[in-house]
Design a protein around this ligand. Structure first.
Ligand code: ATP
Length: 366
């Protein structure tokens, strides 16, 4: 099947700065693809090249298998929704949604039909006569998407569209955007620095760092099987320690931390050798807590320590344990059973995790 969007070795240099460095990816029809990365990593530059506002230094962009490099922005089968939605305040909702169709020379009756149909699809039938400032933030967001979708683009580009919304609305809009994408059955390419947006909505996510893609995968791939230290550190929370490899056996390894503790983990990216500096990442939910050490006998990493903080947050409650052996602080998710409700600051506890929960990567400064 031909992809809706292919970027091939896409590169953009700005007077000596390589903002995007040989990035290649393919987005199948009807999917939700996100580019996730920190500020300045090159996300917007990719979007602007796809939309045609910026010319690539090198590489190609294909939409439905055809290069669009020589096609001007207004003739490309893509549309873009920005953080500042840019709805026209002097026009009512119907005129806002029909704006692009009028410019394309479509007749009034057909425009009215298409606008009504789009309002149905975004779940706001009958509000065409309202003014923009009579809508809530979430409703404006849906109208901005409808205004693009009536033009039937092959690909809709969304540049941090939830960035200006308050936290509660942003949470709701994540779910809504995903269902709008399904309702219009259109390919969405979404950029964000907010991992929770990308993880919730996307079929595939590209994690971007410093102009390049570190990994492209599903939310589960990125979370459970990170390919690089950057992905392991950027997506979700992790405990992280640096050490030196002392023993290897296949992809299993032992390392000695800077504080002299032996930990066991697995090499998740390239193979690692004895003597190499590595970072090991362990998710707080992979660490088990127990009152008695004997309860942790199945784990090949075991530590004793004292509780230094208890962070109650409902289902995601967490405890911070300071290791007696000098490993520093370890973040541990508390089970929901209530079994540890008696823990207080200073309680003695034991913690443990299995070696396959310790993702190890060659150390790099980051
Ligand atoms: P943010 O999330 O903050 O918007 P981003 O990931 O979208 O960041 P880009 O806007 O794509 O990042 O910028 C990538 C790099 O390219 C940055 O170092 C930026 O300073 C640089 N850059 C972007 N546009 C230009 C330009 N017109 N001239 C020179 N450098 C630029």
């Amino acid at each position: 099947m031909t992809a809706d969007l292919d970027c091939i070795d896409l590169t953009k240099q700005f007077s000596g700065v390589t903002a995007v460095d040989q990035v290649s990816f393919s987005v199948p029809p009807g999917s939700f693809f996100s580019i996730l990365g920190p500020s300045g990593c090159g996300k917007t530059t990719i979007m602007r090249m796809i939309a045609g506002f910026l010319e690539p230094t090198d590489g190609d962009i294909l939409i439905k298998g055809k290069s669009v490099l020589n096609v001007p922005p207004n003739k490309r089968p893509v549309n873009m929704v920005f953080q500042h939605l840019a709805l026209f305040p002097m026009m009512n909702i119907a005129d806002n949604i029909g704006y692009g169709l009028r410019r394309a020379g479509m007749g009034k009756t057909e425009i009215a039909y298409k606008v009504d149909e789009a309002l149905e699809r975004i779940g706001l039938p009958g509000i065409g006569a309202r003014k923009v400032d009579e809508l809530s933030g979430g409703q404006k967001q849906r109208v901005a998407i409808a205004r693009c979708m009536v033009l039937e683009p092959d690909v809709l580009l969304l540049d941090e569209p939830l960035g200006a919304l308050d936290l509660k609305l942003r949470e709701r809009m994540k779910v809504e955007l995903k269902s709008l994408q399904a309702a219009f059955d259109t390919t969405f390419v979404y950029i964000t620095h907010d991992q929770s947006e990308a993880l919730v909505m996307s079929d595939k996510i590209a994690v971007m760092n410093n102009g390049s893609f570190e990994q492209v995968g599903t939310a589960r791939d990125l979370y459970y099987r990170p390919d690089t230290a950057f992905v392991a550190g950027f997506v979700g929370d992790s405990n992280r320690w640096r050490g030196q490899v002392t023993k290897t056996e296949g992809h299993c390894l032992e390392l000695r931390t800077e504080t002299g503790m032996t930990l066991r983990g697995v090499a998740n990216g390239r193979a690692l050798s004895v003597g190499e500096q590595v970072d090991v990442f362990v998710r707080p939910e992979a660490v088990r807590i127990a009152h008695e050490q004997a309860e942790l006998s199945r784990f090949d990493n075991q530590i004793s320590g004292k509780v230094t903080s208890l962070l109650f947050n409902g289902a995601a409650s967490r405890v911070i344990v300071s290791s007696d052996a000098g490993l520093g602080e370890v973040e541990v998710n508390l089970p929901q059973s209530g079994e540890f409700a008696d823990l207080v600051k200073g309680s003695d506890v034991h913690i443990g995790w299995s070696s396959d929960q310790g993702n190890c990567f060659a150390a790099r400064e980051s």
